[in-house]
Design a protein around this ligand. Structure first.
Ligand code: RIB
Ligand code: CA
Length: 311
């Protein structure tokens, strides 16, 4: 039986690749996609998710508009990375379908409450506002959640938005703190691992060589997206952050890490949104997450190219 998942997302070029990878993979059943303000505001993230689902050509997957802003802090967006549309580099037509009825938070609550006998996996790949709000609105949903596999945070790698904070956690640190304290099994894909999953010009050429609408769109998006991190870090390619979450569900042995306690800074403005990972277990708090710090990057990129070639 396919693993039932909900993807919570703020597309974003890397989110787009994650969504396409999930829709191309028979091991997964994407029950719904919920959108959250992050890389760009609402309704852009919702419009982008609708366009990407249609690009995949795998039929209608419901896309539900979620939260418009973080729980407490003002919305901080990342057009400087993703462009004003959020998925610059791909010229996708407007979607044929509108968003599905129901707020993203309510969809998460209802799906989890209906899944206590067969818990589902939540895959947040943007700020954690929707997931945290669902946990606050109906704490009983934890019984319907098998695992939360999220892209966010960083420790030895530092931050990509401030010196200590990664974007998804920085945008809504209070939501992240709620999620990490919820007592749900968490697998975390921080910058420590996603910065190893670099998409290079050679990989972009492999997407273009697919000579399909998906390959062309992904080559265009990643060609736009890579410029920022390549210039910033002086590395050979752009980190393919969000697809790490989906690839883990398909081939978990691509990744390795360690169970640690993770806490989120929500008080100090200097380190706001830092994920404090007790990697050496020097504290007295029980581990609350499997923190990944290694990936077989070649096999990961091959998986992404091979699966997207089927769309
Ligand atoms: O820091 C990387 C994360 O922030 C990714 O999810 C990217 O899409 C942005 O949301
Ligand atoms: Ca994202």
């Amino acid at each position: 039986m396919p693993r039932r998942i909900i993807i919570d997302t703020d597309p974003g070029q890397d989110d787009a690749v994650a969504i396409l990878l999930a829709l191309a993979s028979p091991e997964l059943e994407v029950m719904a996609i919920t959108t959250v303000a992050g890389n760009v505001p609402q309704p852009l993230v919702t419009d982008n998710a609708l366009k990407i689902v249609e690009l995949a050509g795998r039929g209608h997957v419901p896309v539900h508009r979620g939260c418009e802003r973080p729980l407490l802090r003002p919305l901080y967006t990342a057009e400087y990375v993703h462009g004003p549309s959020g998925i610059d580099g791909a010229d996708l037509p407007d979607a044929s379908w509108p968003p599905s009825p129901g707020h993203g938070v309510d969809v998460i609550v209802e799906a989890c409450m209906a899944s206590v006998d067969d818990p589902i996996t939540l895959c947040p790949i943007g700020p954690l506002t929707n997931v945290a709000t669902a946990l606050v609105k109906q704490p009983a949903i934890v019984a319907g959640i098998a695992e939360i596999v999220l892209m966010g945070g960083g420790f030895f790698e530092g931050g990509n938005t401030t010196p200590t904070a990664e974007f998804n956690i920085y945008v809504d640190p209070h939501a992240a703190a709620i999620v990490f304290d919820a007592g749900v099994p968490i697998t975390m894909m921080p910058l420590d691992v996603t910065h190893q999953a670099l998409v290079t010009p050679e990989h972009i050429g492999r997407f273009r060589d697919l000579r399909t609408p998906v390959g062309d769109a992904v080559a265009g998006m990643l060609g736009f997206y890579e410029r920022h991190d390549v210039e910033k870090y002086g590395i050979g390619g752009a980190p393919l952050h969000d697809p790490c979450v989906i690839a883990y569900l398909i081939e978990p042995d691509l990744f390795s890490g360690r169970r640690c306690h993770v806490a989120v800074e929500t008080a100090s403005e200097l380190t706001m949104g830092m994920t404090v990972v007790d990697w050496w277990a020097v504290g007295d708090r029980e581990p609350n997450a499997l923190v990944m710090n290694e990936v077989d990057a070649d096999r990961f990129l091959d998986l992404v190219v091979e699966r997207l070639a089927t769309l």
